[in-house]
Design a protein around this ligand. Structure first.
Ligand code: 5GP
Ligand code: ZN
Length: 114
């Protein structure tokens, strides 16, 4: 997807503070962080939303969670605690239509997602 923001960041065609990457995924700092740690984890493959993923993507989806695990340990929030969020479609608050996990932490997080 040539015009997709997160495809462009993953391909380094657009600036992004990349903190981790591997063959299947890229993770970078959110441009408007909602917590001291706010990292977005995206597949290199363009999948617009969670509901566009299918059985063929099951390993990839699992991999993205393990990347969250890895980065949480890397930045020192694994034991303190953190949150992983996927917003899906408009009522889910999705603004960028390239599947991404938000990794949030670094302070006590409240729970008022609505
Ligand atoms: P969503 O609402 O789609 O789940 O989250 C999109 C996230 O992408 C938001 O937290 C927003 O701050 C972040 N974002 C939007 N544009 C950019 C950008 O150009 N670069 C980075 N690093 N993050 C972005
Ligand atoms: Zn994309």
């Amino acid at each position: 997807m040539e015009t997709c923001l997160f495809c462009q960041i993953a391909k380094r065609e657009r600036p992004g503070k990349i903190v981790y990457e591997d063959e299947q995924s890229v993770a970078f700092e959110d441009i408007h962080p909602k917590a001291p740690v706010h990292i977005l984890i995206v597949p290199r493959q363009h999948i617009a939303t969670l509901v566009d993923a299918n059985e063929a993507d099951d390993r990839l989806l699992g991999h993205l969670l393990l990347v969250a695990n890895r980065i949480a340990r890397q930045v020192g929030i694994a034991d303190r605690g953190f949150r992983v969020v996927i917003n899906c479609n408009s009522e889910g608050g999705q603004a960028v239509y390239h599947l991404h996990l938000h990794l949030l932490g670094g302070r006590p997080l409240t729970w008022h997602p609505a």
